[in-house]
Design a protein around this ligand. Structure first.
Ligand code: COA
Length: 343
């Protein structure tokens, strides 16, 4: 038995919801023709097999922090909050080029958020949904009142433009959500997990440390290869199609609703055919709007779900206050799904 006095702890849980969403898309639109300058492919093949028509690439001097800042400012403005009111920042990214420090404290300084808890999470294309799960629990349990969750990627830095299997898939961008205290539950339970035995399905080609011998080889005879991302397209495709619809279904059940209560389905924008297969497997009612942002954005990993939802809200495809089923899945392999009330 412990001899110390009982520690203070919250005795009641609060509710949380997304108060504002923001997105940032870099200016430069990249066509399939431009991608095909470096791979043996065609606009027709890329559109048919992935649904991607164009994607955005950031400028060379445009950073993960720049894009995260733009999306965050929009999310805060839409939530009606000042940066000073944020007390925790979670950045989900796999393309911030510094091993340390994390992007979140740097972003906090840029935004003028004083002294927030700030850290990054590495959960690839599920990163934003992992972040929403954490922010929800933080607000509910009382470790933060207002959490900024950012999904941001500059995948163009880590894409091998000569790799036929991945060069056409990825794009750059940022999405952000402000999660805060609510009078009603606005974020349902998260269904999440991982399958580390398939870690090789999407991976950085080499570890950073593998570059060292080549860097230190004064004679420059050791090949120096950039550690870009590579993926086994078919493996990922099959896993997503067969395993992710059941996860999404469990998130709906856990939220205590039925598919007919949904206004929107916002899956990770990995491939239009994966989205189509999931819609079919879930047997969603006709009037549930389905995010298809991939056509003009490509796969932006951690940014893809908030960017896709922002587009639906901005274009009036769905209204504020409706329920959306969101799911992220990718390298790890990792996944996370939850139902959220759209801001
Ligand atoms: N252009 C033209 N042809 C290509 C090609 C390209 N870029 N890449 C592959 N092909 C060819 C192959 O050589 C093959 O030809 P063959 O039938 O003569 O052998 C054919 O197209 C089919 O290849 P396959 O690899 O089976 O293509 P696919 O239908 O699986 O589509 C992807 C490829 C990458 C679009 C698809 O696997 C995919 O989207 N996977 C999931 C990717 C993903 O979600 N990644 C991120 C995870 S978060």
């Amino acid at each position: 038995m412990s001899t110390h006095p009982a520690l203070s702890a919250p005795t009641t849980l609060r509710h949380a919801r997304i108060l504002g969403l923001g997105g940032y898309r870099p200016e430069r639109v990249v066509s399939n023709e431009e991608i095909c300058q470096f791979i043996d492919s065609s606009d027709e093949w890329i559109q048919q097999r992935s649904g991607i028509v164009t994607r955005r690439f950031a400028r060379e001097d445009e950073t993960v922090i720049d894009m995260a800042e733009a999306a965050s400012r929009q999310a805060l403005e839409r939530a009606g909050l000042e940066p000073g009111q944020v007390d925790a920042i979670i950045v989900a990214t796999v393309t911030y080029p510094f091993q340390t420090p994390a992007a979140a404290p740097v972003l906090a300084h840029r935004l003028g958020v004083e002294d927030p808890a700030a850290y990054d999470i590495s959960a690839a294309c599920a990163g934003y949904c992992y972040g929403i799960a954490q922010a929800n629990d933080m607000v509910r349990a009382g470790s933060a009142d207002t959490v900024l969750v950012v999904g941001v990627e500059k995948l163009s830095d880590f894409t091998d433009k000569h790799d036929r299997g991945s060069a056409f898939i990825f794009g750059d961008g940022a999405g952000a959500a402000v999660v805060g205290v609510s009078d009603r539950p606005g974020i349902g339970p998260t269904i999440w997990g991982s399958l580390g035995e398939r870690a090789d399905a999407i991976t950085q080609r080499e570890a950073w440390t593998d570059l060292r011998p080549a860097m230190e080889d004064a004679s420059r005879t050791t090949a120096l290869e950039w550690p870009s991302f590579t993926m086994q397209g078919q493996t990922v495709f099959r896993w997503a199609v067969f395993s992710m619809a059941p996860v999404a279904r469990r998130a709906v059940e856990a939220a205590g609703i039925t598919p007919s209560d949904l206004a929107a389905f916002v899956p990770h924008q990995a491939n239009m055919r994966i989205t189509d297969a999931m819609v079919k497997a879930l047997d969603l009612p006709e009037d549930v709007a389905v995010a298809r942002d991939i056509a003009e954005t490509g796969n932006t990993s951690a940014a893809s779900v908030p960017l896709a939802m922002s587009r639906m809200l901005d274009e009036g495809e769905v209204g504020s206050g409706g329920l959306a089923l969101q799911i992220g899945f990718g390298a790890g392999l990792v996944y996370a799904a939850q139902v959220v009330e759209m801001p």
